[in-house]
Design a protein around this ligand. Structure first.
Ligand code: FAD
Length: 441
């Protein structure tokens, strides 16, 4: 079959989510001469901070290089985690027990925070607590899930459940997996609707949101800063940089510490309800145990499959990436082979060397970056926490605030290290899948 045969006739290389809510092009406002706070980046982090600061009476301007929401926030899988990844990924290793405890508390607080924000402010985000399934791609990965369950039971008792292979059809269709771990305190939302609702929320508190205004440089000026943009300068009392996986132009400090890694997602054309019920009966958020993991879910209106992952070690166009993801999806659910891909898109996740997000202050400028692929709840929370810090209203420092923000070890590492690691992961996953096929037969 031709690689492109899986693409629907009306295939789009933009996010499926944008059908419901597009990034917003703003009118070419004059920039204000000054503002109490300028925020660089209009994703969940920047908007959450803006709403909090404006609510406290500060004048706030949010600037984005492109239309509002053009970054990862309207492109994600919309999976909403309470930080279980920190427990199972090894990211906590090397931290003292007290720090580990605080990281997990703040990760859990990020889930509580986003749920509260959505319900208290009536944000139209299609949010649902639906649980997350982590499915084992080999029998020996299932043993790993048993270990993870014990670890998660220590940190979040009563929230997880092992699903052996014999019971798996209650949770996921197909015969691909060897069992799964179900995490109950986990949700899903519509990323672009959540972003649109946050824009409305920040504006209702008085924040000004201005797109198509790249920030070129931030310079100290007396007690404050001059924010230089392509459309003029703004004097600011405080500045927050919230550029995450798009930090290349955010100055040397951040570009040496955060690498943008591309992740791709496809959406299928609408599928019959009976098939979708079989594939994912409870509408869970799902990922697997591959090194280069696949993550997938149903669209919030339960009409399509949305499937994400790394397509290849190379940088691909959306039309070239879609067949790779389609093949991975059909391996799990052969039924999908009768249907086509309607959308494929990509976005950058912000990776840090220690796999932990960071908020802090460098040369007087606040920053919050480094979602490491899980930032819907976390970057919303770090925006909120950064705002509290700027207002001097934190009850205690956030666990993700630290003076230790390691550099990515090699200069210009971002240009080759992510593709190289991705290729290595894909090769190891390929070997695992060949070995697992023998057990599956
Ligand atoms: C494909 C994909 C799937 C994902 N899936 C999930 C998921 O299922 N669950 C989850 O929790 N997380 C997921 N994530 C991660 C999540 O989307 C991000 O962590 C989160 O949206 C980051 O929000 P943010 O506000 O920090 O950054 P962003 O939303 O990326 O916003 C940063 C903004 O900064 C702007 N900017 C950069 N430089 C400048 C400049 N010089 N001047 C002005 N503006 C600038 C950019 O234009 C961009 O709009 C996914 C990410 C991707 C890409």
């Amino acid at each position: 079959m031709l690689a492109t045969a899986c693409l629907a006739a009306d295939f789009k290389n933009t996010p499926y989510w944008w059908e419901a809510a597009q990034p917003e092009t703003t009118a070419p406002f004059d920039l204000p001469a000054r503002s109490d706070v300028v925020i660089v980046g209009s994703g969940y982090c920047g908007l959450s901070a803006a709403a909090e600061l404006a609510n406290a009476g500060r004048t706030v301007v949010v600037l984005d290089a492109g239309p509002l929401g053009i970054g990862a926030s309207t492109r994600s899988g919309g999976m909403v985690t309470g930080g279980q990844k920190f427990v199972v990924s090894g990211a906590l290793a090397g931290h003292l027990p007290e720090k580990q405890k605080r990281i997990l508390e703040d990760a859990k607080a990020s889930l509580d925070h986003i749920e509260q924000q959505i319900s208290q402010n009536n944000l139209d985000a299609d949010y649902r607590r639906c649980g997350r399934l982590i499915a084992a791609v080999t029998p020996w990965h299932y043993s790993r899930l048993e270990t993870w369950t014990k670890l998660l039971d220590v940190h979040a008792p009563g929230t997880t459940q092992l699903v052996p292979r014999t019971k798996l059809s209650d949770e996921i269709g197909g015969k691909h997996y060897f069992g799964a771990l179900l995490i109950n305190n986990y949700g899903g939302l519509h990323p672009a609707k959540y972003h649109k609702a946050l824009r409305g929320h920040a504006r209702s508190r008085g924040a000004r949101l201005i797109g198509e205004t790249p920030v070129l440089k931030v310079e100290r000026n007396g007690d404050g800063f001059v924010v230089h943009t392509t459309r003029g300068d703004i004097q600011a009392g405080q500045v927050l940089v919230a550029t995450n996986g798009y930090s290349d132009s955010a100055g040397a400090f951040l570009s040496e510490r955060v690498v943008g890694a591309a992740s791709y997602i496809v959406a299928t054309e609408p599928l019959p309800t009976a098939i979708l019920r079989k594939l994912n009966p409870h509408g869970r958020m799902i990922s697997d145990t591959k090194r280069s993991l696949s993550y997938f879910r149903l669209s919030p209106d339960l009409t399509r499959v949305v499937f994400g992952g790394r397509a290849s070690g190379r940088d691909l166009s959306e039309a070239a990436a879609a067949p790779h993801l389609y093949r991975q999806m059909c391996e799990i659910w052969p039924e999908i082979a009768d249907f086509k891909v309607s959308h494929c898109w990509r976005g950058n996740v912000g990776m840090t060397y220690d796999h932990i997000p960071h908020m802090g202050i460098h040369d007087g400028v606040h920053y919050a970056v480094g979602c490491n692929g899980s930032g819907v709840a976390m970057m919303s929370y770090l925006g909120h926490q950064s705002a509290l810090r700027m207002l001097g209203r934190q009850n205690r420092p956030c666990a993700f605030e630290s003076d230790l923000f390691p550099k990515i070890p090699m200069p210009s590492a971002g240009s080759w290290i992510v593709p190289a690691v991705t290729r290595w992961y894909l090769a190891r996953d390929w070997i695992d899948s060949k070995l697992a096929n023998r057990k599956r037969a």
